[in-house]
Design a protein around this ligand. Structure first.
Ligand code: UD1
Length: 386
């Protein structure tokens, strides 16, 4: 009798945070017999520093296909992924399509799966900022609506999904795959000294940072960086904070482009802010782990700082990750420059918020996800019929 065909799971990635999430999932799928994982890259992120470096450091297998969609407006990017992914999925007909996070590549892939009636799993389901001006919020809402299996990182996400009418039996609280990656990599994290020297920090700043501490900054949300006036105000606040604590600021290409085109670099000259190109994952977690303070508008950084016990000031009006505030080290400070300065001063005075590690952020989320998928396959029913 011929051996049973392995069940195929097609995984999709497109942008930097997706890579961090897919690494443990690919590993966990490949560790099981009877399951075959294939990786497709949409090409949303393509610079070496935003892309290839992550594959290398995280040991992610080379994608079998790269759709090479590149940059464009949100609609353009979403449409391009859909157009290019449809024939790929029609030819491959996987048993399950798995998407992670909330980027344009996530929602585009979800739409194609739904139209082709390919069962869909969403990892990091149910997060809601309740702010539809954020492109990611639209992506989350649509992706979850279309998903047959929804894997959540925190309790609020389950409540959100149930309130929206999702069937409870399709939702599983598995924990956080980003923290799986953090656990797997912390031992290999780049020492802060090495990174500071590699990115060209002045020797006096390196010496001060290593002796008295430093802060780590990332800013890339369109609502903070696309308007030069808004970004300029935040940069001035950072320069003020850096008078007390040197700051390391790797710049996302979106942020760098606005700084360059609007001539904002002058606001950073003579400040104690070390500006750098995007750093790698091992450099980023090495810097964050050693920071006294992290200032960011990223989703993932809110979770990573909570997992590492480092105070994080989130420069946003809302967060889709409330557990990082309720239990973790995160503080939502809004987006005004004065509020940023005041919050940093508070950290200088009090040492910053302490927290605890949220439930199931234990490095084992990916194997839990694969358990659920295997059980679903074993039930031998069409998942599209759930
Ligand atoms: C995207 C995600 C965001 C995520 C972020 C992480 C959406 C809606 N947004 O935002 O949720 O937090 O990735 O980085 O999907 N660029 C380059 N090189 C690259 C990639 C981008 O130079 O490799 C530049 C391009 O000018 C591009 C701009 O960055 O237009 C923005 O890239 P895009 O993928 O559209 O969105 P992000 O801001 O990166």
């Amino acid at each position: 009798m011929a051996a049973a065909r392995p069940r195929t799971i097609d995984c999709i990635v497109g942008a930097r945070p997706n890579f961090v999430k897919i690494a443990p999932i690919m590993r966990a799928i490949r560790a099981r017999g009877g399951l075959a994982a294939r990786l497709t890259h949409t090409g949303q992120h393509y610079d070496v520093a935003m892309n290839a470096v992550f594959f290398e450091e995280l040991g992610i297998p080379n994608p079998e296909i790269n759709l090479e969609v590149g940059s464009g407006s949100g609609t353009e990017q979403t449409a391009q992924v859909m157009l290019k992914l449809e024939p790929v999925l029609m030819a491959r007909r996987p048993d399950l399509l798995l998407v992670v996070g909330d980027v344009n590549s996530t929602v585009a892939s979800a739409l194609v799966a739904a139209k082709l009636r390919i069962p869909l799993a969403h990892v990091e389901a149910g997060l809601r900022s309740n702010d539809r001006t954020m492109p990611e919020e639209i992506n989350r809402l649509v992706t979850d609506r279309l998903s047959d299996l929804l894997f959540t990182t925190e309790r609020a996400a389950i409540d959100n999904l149930l309130k929206e009418g999702v069937s409870p039996e399709t939702v599983t609280f598995v924990g956080n795959v980003m923290i799986d990656t953090l656990h797997a990599c912390l031992e290999r994290a780049a020492p802060a000294k090495t990174t500071l020297e590699e990115i060209g920090a002045a020797p006096d700043i390196v010496a001060d940072a290593l002796k008295n501490g430093f802060g780590f900054v990332t800013l890339h949300r369109p609502s903070n960086v696309d308007d030069p006036e808004k970004l300029g105000g935040l940069l001035k606040a950072l320069a003020t904070i850096a008078e007390r604590l040197p700051l390391v600021f790797p710049q996302h290409p979106r942020t760098r482009a606005v700084i360059e085109s609007a001539g904002l670099a002058r606001l950073l000259i003579d400040s104690r802010i070390v500006v750098a190109p995007p750093v790698s994952y091992l450099q980023a977690i090495g810097l964050m782990r050693s920071s006294k303070l992290v200032i960011s508008d990223s989703g993932g950084v809110q979770e990573e700082t909570t997992a590492m016990g480092v105070p994080c000031l989130t420069v946003r009006e809302n967060t889709e990750r409330p557990i990082t505030i309720e239990e973790g080290t995160n503080t939502l400070i809004g987006t005004s420059p004065d509020a940023l300065i005041a919050a940093a001063q508070d950290v200088f005075a009090n040492g910053g918020k302490r927290g605890r590690i949220p439930d199931l952020w234990d490095g084992k989320a990916a194997p839990r996800i694969v358990d659920v998928i295997e059980a679903q396959f074993a039930r031998n029913v069409s998942m599209a019929a759930i």
